[in-house]
Write a protein that binds this ligand. Structure first.
Ligand code: SAH
Length: 223
């Protein structure tokens, strides 16, 4: 991919991107580091060409296999919640999808681990990480319902597909005071929940932040 493609000259001008940043601000995103990362991240390369002209709209967009690239506001909000307690070293994402959320995170934390259950999506996402020269993302094909024990514990876990209830495994892979940001529930809308492990205990405090719309967290892998 050449630099013109990455810059998105033409259909995705800098002005279009600035409009998205302003929209994120208007919706209450205040973390300047996150806004800066959104400004320089080319969202259009996470979409198929036919949709890339819509990349800087604040909407969720299809990425194939009945999955979606989340709305920029939601990506920004979940990232802001995750980072609210200060800088994080190790973060696990469940649901790599297009790789956009992982790309945002990789510019804000030391190391990102990400798992995806649909192999063709994972392959494309990894190709994007390579093109963007992001070397601090490790992604793997697996069912994230069980987290990723190998690299645990994590300072933060972010789940971008909604389970019916919070999987126990995820809680146990949180570092002391680690944060889990996760949409929970069935049906069209879910509760975005934020769970913090209290110090190094097995106790957790939890709050519901807002209503969100995610695809369901499914079991098993698909090749
Ligand atoms: N974070 C993604 C959003 C993708 S949508 C992005 O920025 O584009 C949610 C993704 O979660 C889908 O790709 C879906 O296949 C994946 N997913 C659903 N259940 C999963 C599971 N149990 N383990 C891993 N990934 C899962």
């Amino acid at each position: 991919m050449n630099s013109i493609e990455l810059a998105g000259i033409g259909m995705t001008s800098q002005r279009t991107r600035e409009r998205l940043i302003q929209r994120l601000r208007d919706q209450g995103i205040t973390n300047q580091r996150i806004l800066d990362v959104f400004r320089i991240t080319p969202r259009h390369i996470f979409l198929d060409e036919a949709l890339s002209h819509r990349a800087y709209e604040d909407t969720a967009l299809p990425i194939g296999f009945s999955q979606t690239l989340s709305q920029p506001y939601i990506v920004a909000r979940m990232t802001e919640i995750l980072l609210a307690g200060g800088p994080l070293k190790k973060v696990l994402e469940i649901g790599t999808g297009s790789g956009f959320q992982a790309t945002i995170l990789a510019q804000l934390v030391e190391q990102v681990y990400s798992v995806e259950r649909i192999e063709p999506l994972l392959i494309k996402a990894k190709e994007r990480f390579r093109k963007l020269a992001l070397r601090n993302i490790t992604a793997e094909l697996s069912d994230g319902s069980f987290g990723w024990q190998k690299h645990a514990p994590y300072d933060g876990i972010i789940t971008t597909a909604a389970p019916h209830a919070i999987p126990d495994g995820l809680l146990h892979q949180l570092a002391p005071n680690g944060i889990l940001v996760i949409p929970v529930g069935d049906g069209d809308q879910q509760d975005l929940r934020v769970v913090r492990r209290i110090d190094d205990t097995s106790e957790f405090e939890e709050e519901v932040v807002e209503k969100v719309k995610f695809v369901p967290l499914l079991g098993g892998i698909s090749r």
